[in-house]
Design a protein around this ligand. Structure first.
Ligand code: SF4
Length: 404
């Protein structure tokens, strides 16, 4: 059965040609989702973006070319984050749908649409270059790390990969920054074909591998390529000397945490990654039914049961035990100095986690901030030499830019 929403081909509001800086790369749908455009975009680059700096994924610079992803992970947190500035796009679409203007059969939820930012490349360029042509970030010693993306996957299909590549080229041309790219798509590796080799040493590639089991990823990472393809792409990049990092996020409760951690570290070649981020799964209550449903649909009854046991009212201690066990297993298996375990703490749990910072725990959340336990990226963070002519993975480390 074709579940793709119907569109009126000429509908002004929902066609892309006038919205994109790469009109040849426009589609009406992506992964069976309608592509909507946010036209009130004033920024693509967020600087500073302290939250992702605290996660040590970047030095407070975050790039987003869209607001709703082409993938539909059941645990996705973005809906809550973009409520203020992007939900009107979905509301507008649903109002038009109700009036019969765009042919959709029913109102769509946030995870059922793709939202791109209109003229995103032009907006980005205007954030990097002044009207007189001079760069806004002209300090040659400013080698901070920018992160893409926090709201959408940067490489779910070739169209968006090309857009991401163009965005990277603008940043690489007009700043001295490095760029950390995180994706659930094996296509991400293809981006090196679109970016001049002289810039490759400023790119750091990572793939989400919270599980290394294709069935589990298919159950909860709807629409994304299999995790085995992602691992293959990661290894492809590592074998060619590109800089990589690992993202063992989000991982489900396990029967044997040590075995899980060892298996993932081996699959992703943790020793060849500059850093290894990891995190337990934080499923918002409204995302829990979809996550459980996904697991059950794949026949993963035990996994669903274990997840149910650590979430919801009264499961606080079980959840804390699960995340501590996940952390301790990674602390034993990830090569020394590379682990960055992301943990939202409470007033109650902060003490234990604070003692784990020397082993790689990175504390997050309002209580961590209030207690002065969050990391503070330096501004600007001078990192490796920017004159290296070719990638040197394993040698070029992004140093900790924190006050640890
Ligand atoms: S890839 Fe990330 S942004 Fe996209 S749906 Fe999944 S969790 Fe959300």
């Amino acid at each position: 059965m074709n579940t793709e929403p119907e569109f009126k081909p000429g509908s002004e509001r929902w066609t892309a040609a006038a919205m994109s800086d790469l009109p040849s790369l426009c589609r009406g749908t992506m992964g069976n989702k309608p592509v909507l455009w946010r036209t009130n975009t004033r920024t693509v680059l967020a600087d500073p973006s302290p939250e992702f700096g605290e996660k040590l994924l970047c030095d407070g610079i975050v790039v987003n070319m869209g607001d709703a992803c082409a993938f539909s992970c059941t645990y996705c947190y973005v809906k809550g984050v973009v409520r203020k500035f992007a939900h009107h796009v979905v509301d507008l679409y649903n109002a038009d749908a109700a009036a019969g203007a765009c042919g959709s059969r029913r109102p769509l939820d946030f995870h059922e649409v793709v939202i791109r930012r209109a003229n995103a490349l032009r907006v980005l360029e205007s954030q990097l270059v002044r009207r007189d042509g001079s760069p806004r970030y002209s300090d040659p010693e400013d080698r901070r790390v920018a992160f893409t993306s926090s709201l959408v996957d940067p490489a779910p299909n070739m169209d968006l990969l090309r857009e991401t590549a163009e965005a990277c080229k603008l940043i690489l041309q007009h700043t001295g920054w490095q760029i950390r790219l995180l994706s659930k798509s094996s296509l991400l590796a293809e981006i090196v074909k679109f970016i001049p080799p002289r810039h490759h040493h400023r790119l750091i590639f990572g793939f989400s591998t919270g599980t290394i089991d294709d069935r589990t990823s298919r159950a909860i990472e709807t629409g994304a390529p299999s995790v085995s393809k992602r691992i293959k792409a990661l290894r492809w990049l590592q074998d060619r000397g590109f800089r990589t990092f690992a993202m063992i996020c989000p991982s489900l409760p396990q029967e044997n945490y040590d075995q899980f951690s060892r298996n993932v570290c081996e699959a992703i070649c943790a020793e060849r990654c500059e850093h290894v981020w990891a995190e337990a799964i934080n499923v918002r209550p409204d995302a829990m039914p979809r996550t459980l449903e996904g697991l059950l649909r794949e026949g993963l009854h035990k996994e669903a049961e274990m997840l149910r046991a650590v979430h919801g009212p009264g499961a606080g201690a079980a959840w804390e035990d699960y995340t501590r066990q996940t952390f301790l297993a990674h602390a034993r298996n990830v090569p020394a100095g590379k682990l960055r375990y992301l943990q939202y703490v409470t007033n109650h749990s902060a003490g234990w986690w604070a003692r784990m910072r020397t082993k790689g725990a990175v504390l997050l959340g309002a209580d961590a901030r209030r207690l002065g336990l969050c990391e503070t990226p330096a501004r600007p963070a001078v990192t490796e030499s920017d004159t290296t002519p070719s990638p040197t993975a394993g040698q070029s480390q992004v140093p900790r830019t924190t006050n640890l």
